[in-house]
Ligand binder design. Sequence first.
Ligand SMILES: *Cc1c(COP(=O)(O)O)cnc(C)c1O
Length: 365
Amino acid sequence: MKPPVAATAYVNLDSLRYNLTKVKTKVGKSKITTIVKANGYGHGAAAVAQALESTSDSFGVARLEEALELRRVGISKPILLLEGFFDDSDLPIIQANNLHTAVHCEEQLLALEQAQLAAPIEVWLKIDTGMHRLGVRPEQLEEFLTRLKACSNVAKPLHYISHFGCADELDNPATMEQIELFTQLAEAGCERSIAASSGILAWPDSHLEWVRPGIILYGVSPFEAQNAESMGFKPVMSLKSHLIAIRDVKAGESVGYSATWTAERDTKIGVIAIGYGDGYPRTAPNGTPVVINGRRVPLVGRVSMDMLTVDLGCNSQDQVGNEAILWGEGLPAEEIANRIGTIAYELVTKLTGRVVMIYQEEHNE
Ligand SMILES: *Cc1c(COP(=O)(O)O)cnc(C)c1O
């Protein structure tokens, strides 16, 4: 089959499985909640969950609809709503689909107390241990515990969850303080979870009973200074397209919208069929690397909606139809993100529906 010419995200399911196995070795006995929110960080939540269901203990999502999609494609492991539910009417759906919910606020507590449910729901009480985004403050904890324990819609025992604000900063003392507060506040003997990817990789004291890896499973690092490949993980997504034109540009001529780049010498410009309409960031500056025929060439000129341009050099032997790698194999998404001033989390989750997804695997389990 001829590969599609335009933007294609190749997702390597063997690398995904490899990364989960590597996480498992790091965390030992801790159980794994694989995070597949935002369409599996842009990799396709259903495909990711299906590939990992046999080795993951549960899944985590941010929206009820994301959980229901997993149930529709046959995922039967527990699914945790990381932010809980947003409306009282979600509760019967949560119960009927055997979902776990976080509870982080008074409104959710009240809704649980007032609901008429066919069976109790598994609840993860979210404690704010210092990030101050979501969660019950330490001084509210006693009241929440009393009411949750008295609530017949809540399965017992309770579980405890919290989240780090700065675990990607290896010398930030806030993380140990959060771990200490969390282990003080969460009841002994209950299941507890605070570590996402950076906790898993950098803070072994945070592993506890459950870990919640997201980005590292996709072969992308949670740290600014270290890419995932250098830590032994494999990139899962390779974003590729093809050259659709190769053009001569003379010294002194500019390329693209607003003429933001001018050739200093006669050269060949390659036009690649991918742009911000596919999710490649428009903010990528001149010099952002693209791999063509095994070498890095610089992006030049503005990224357009459907195309971008690179300087192939005057001696280029490249041909129309040759492949271009925007990130992935040999070109970490972390490096592209650094150039642009964002994080690779944003790059992979922002691909648009126009990008064709192709799943690759050598073995079938
Ligand atoms: C997104 C998220 C995770 C996963 O974070 P990564 O940094 O991608 O590993 C874990 N827990 C919660 C509550 C999250 O929102």
